[in-house]
Structures are given as structure tokens and as C-alpha cells.
Design a protein around this ligand. Structure first.
Ligand code: PNS
Length: 167
């Protein structure tokens, strides 16, 4: 039987422990999981795409079936180029569902051979999002335990750099 390759796409600005939890689950379920960092046109990302890739590669160093890559354009075309038959998305709460269902059905219409699989993160991460992590850090709060250590370090560096620029 051929191997099952899954893509886990996202912005990962920054990677959270919720993402890590889903990738860990995916790495157990599929032969290979490709973390696809979207090269998007977002106006003010906190981390550049190369920074996000470097962070994810640091976190998943030594995980033999996890690959970190970038993509732009249509996700289903990227999946095709990676010979992936599965798109993995995390579902935290009902509030995620509407947008995720729209994306899954649009992707199915674009390529019916690629199946979207939703996975739930462990309960402690059900409220964690990259957006809230950035907000909490910008306002001086702690995100210890919600993001990998390397992300916490990089967030601290960014905050210090911004404060130095303001001073
Ligand atoms: O982490 P995010 O920001 O929720 O991830 C969103 C992502 C990357 C999954 C989504 O924006 C995406 O798939 N973009 C690629 C463009 C695309 O294929 N659009 C049409 C399908 S809905």
C-alpha cells in the first residue's frame, strides 16, 4: 500500500502548542505530515515566513515523519505537488466550524481526491490561538505553556526589539 501523506496548512504566526498537539496526532495517524506555512500577503505579520519555518523546524527536529515547508497559491495544488491525499485542520470549538467547513467543501470541489480530516487538540489548548498569543504578549502577559519554548524566546526578543526601537 502506498504511504498516506497529509498537509497541515496554516499561517503559524506564531506556532502554538495547539498546533504542535495536532501535528503530533497527525504524525501518529499518517505516514508523513507536511507542515505547510502559507506565504501570505498579511500586512503586519509578527514573524516573517523564514522565521516561522525556522521555528517549526527547530520544534520538529528529530521527528522523522514531519516536514516543514512553505506554499502559496491554491492549497489543493500544493497538496497535489506533495502527493498528499489529506489536509489536516484543527477544530477547537463550534466557532471554528463554519469557516473550516466552507474551506473543506471548497477544497473538495477543487480537488475531490483530497480529503480534509479535522482533529481536536487536547483540552488545555482549545482556547489557544496565534492571535490571542500575540495580543497577550503585546500587553505584557505570559504565554508560558501555550507555545513552545523557542516561540516564547522569540516573542521575548521581538518585544524587547520593539521596546528598544520606541525608547
Ligand atoms: O492558520 P490559518 O490562517 O487559519 O490557515 C488558513 C489556510 C492557510 C489554511 C488558508 O488560508 C488556505 O488554505 N490558503 C490557501 C489558499 C486557498 O487554497 N484558498 C482556497 C481554498 S478555501
Amino acid at each position: 500500500m502506498s504511504e498516506i501523506i497529509a498537509i497541515y496548512p496554516g499561517s503559524f504566526d506564531p506556532l502554538t502548542n495547539g498546533h504542535v498537539d495536532i501535528i503530533q496526532r497527525g504524525s501518529r495517524l499518517f505516514d508523513r505530515i507536511v507542515v505547510g506555512v502559507l506565504i501570505n500577503q498579511e500586512k503586519a505579520p509578527l514573524f516573517t515566513v523564514p522565521e516561522r519555518v525556522e521555528i517549526a523546524r527547530t520544534v520538529f527536529r528529530g521527528w522523522s515523519n514531519v516536514e516543514v515547508d512553505t506554499f502559496d497559491g491554491l492549497l489543493v495544488e500544493y497538496a497535489r505537488s506533495k502527493h498528499a491525499s489529506v489536509i489536516v485542520r484543527g477544530l477547537r470549538a463550534i466557532s471554528d466550524f463554519e469557516f473550516e467547513m466552507q474551506m473543506a467543501l471548497m477544497n473538495r470541489r477543487l480537488n475531490p481526491e483530497v480529503e480534509t480530516v479535522f482533529m481536536m487538540p487536547a483540552e488545555p489548548y482549545t482556547y489557544v490561538s496565534s492571535r490571542l498569543v500575540k495580543e497577550v504578549v503585546a500587553l505584557g502577559g505570559s504565554v508560558t505553556g501555550l507555545v513552545p519554548g523557542v516561540v516564547e524566546d522569540r516573542l521575548r526578543e521581538k518585544t524587547l526589539a520593539r521596546e528598544t526601537m520606541k525608547a
